[in-house]
Design a protein. Structure first.
Length: 337
């Protein structure tokens, strides 16, 4: 019997409540009917922190809150890979970290957190090449580091999702696909994000081409869209501080209708493959940035997050891709217990 084409809706809940308090994020998710979220920035009582900086007490408290609200973590929204490949001044504020130390400390921390929060997925990136230079010239060097990250993930049974994003080596689908091919490890997956392509002034047709280039490696999808800013002349580098045109997925220039219609044909096989790996299904992860976005996160507000969700669900209904919000099977199991 063929696996049903159905996706699971998740989201970066830190984009909702302005205070980013854990309870506020979980209340918003519950009100919207969501039972999964990607954990990135959160205030668990000692100020807003990236998940990577949470201490043991905060982690214990957050895990209890997850149990209280019936909310699970779809992925660890780590910043792994958002550091320089080379210790070279290039006019950016991006930091360089010795890779051996980075692998032992930061990457291992993300892996440990995935185990602690009972998810198999870690979101990450493909490293910054020197600004102004051709990213293709750095594919081999980035692939070497990503191979080590994927191998570390493999040893612990988790998966590193490489997100397409401007200014990094994997800034488009073709480059990301090449990284995926060179690493050649099933524990490296790709994460499509249409808004991260449209904000590079790519047309819907161009964005679809980049999606097609990477789709065989896609493990999950971020849902973000962008209306092309015609006043910006594309010069190979995105000033992320100037990005103000993020919109819901049904009204930007990423062309989500065509992409999701095609992706629906991939979902059954991908679901079956992920299920064998211990991943509950194919996640569509809302990261709307409706009230602003930058290098390490974005903000939509609770109202904006709700708008983004409703727009996505209407679009999924239109293209005929079924979805789950709440994990009814889990709720039923809990009641039986």
């Amino acid at each position: 019997m063929a696996t049903e084409a159905k996706v699971i809706i998740s989201g970066f809940a830190d984009e909702g409540p302005e205070d980013k308090k854990a309870e506020s994020q979980l209340v918003m998710l519950s009100a919207l009917g969501l039972s999964y979220y990607s954990l990135r920035f959160v205030d668990v009582g000692d100020g807003v922190k990236n998940v990577m900086q949470l201490d043991d007490g905060e982690i214990r408290h957050l895990r209890q809150l997850h149990a209280d609200y019936g909310i699970k973590v779809s992925s660890i929204g780590s910043p792994i890979g958002k550091v320089k490949l080379m210790d070279r001044e290039d006019g950016t504020a991006n930091r360089y970290v010795d890779f051996g130390r980075y692998l032992q400390e930061d990457v291992q921390r993300a892996i440990d957190l995935a185990g602690t929060f009972d998810t198999r997925l870690i979101r990450g990136f493909s490293f910054y090449h020197p600004k102004g230079e051709d990213p293709a010239a750095y594919v081999d060097q980035a692939a070497e580091r990503l191979a080590d990250i994927a191998a570390a993930c493999q040893r612990h049974g988790v998966f590193f999702g490489l997100e397409v994003e401007a200014n990094l080596v994997g800034q488009n689908g073709r480059l990301l696909a090449e990284l995926h091919r060179k690493v050649d490890n099933p524990h490296l997956l790709l994460v499509f994000d249409g808004g991260n392509l449209a904000c590079q002034n790519l047309t819907p047709a161009q964005t679809f081409t980049e999606y097609e280039a990477m789709k065989q490696g896609i493990g999950w999808v971020h849902i973000k869209d962008y209306r092309i800013d015609t006043s910006l002349e594309w010069q190979g580098h995105v000033d992320e501080g100037r990005l103000r045109n993020f919109v819901p997925a049904d009204r930007g220039d990423a062309g989500h209708e065509a992409i999701l219609r095609d992706f629906a044909t991939q979902v059954p096989d991908l679901t079956a493959r992920l299920s064998k790996l211990g991943v509950p299904g194919v996640f569509l992860d809302l990261e709307p940035h409706l009230k602003g976005g930058g290098q390490f996160g974005g903000f939509s507000g609770i109202d904006g997050f709700g708008v983004a969700l409703r727009c996505l669900l209407r679009l999924l209904d239109y293209v005929g891709l079924e979805y789950d919000l709440t994990s009814y099977a889990n709720i039923a199991a809990q009641k039986q217990d």
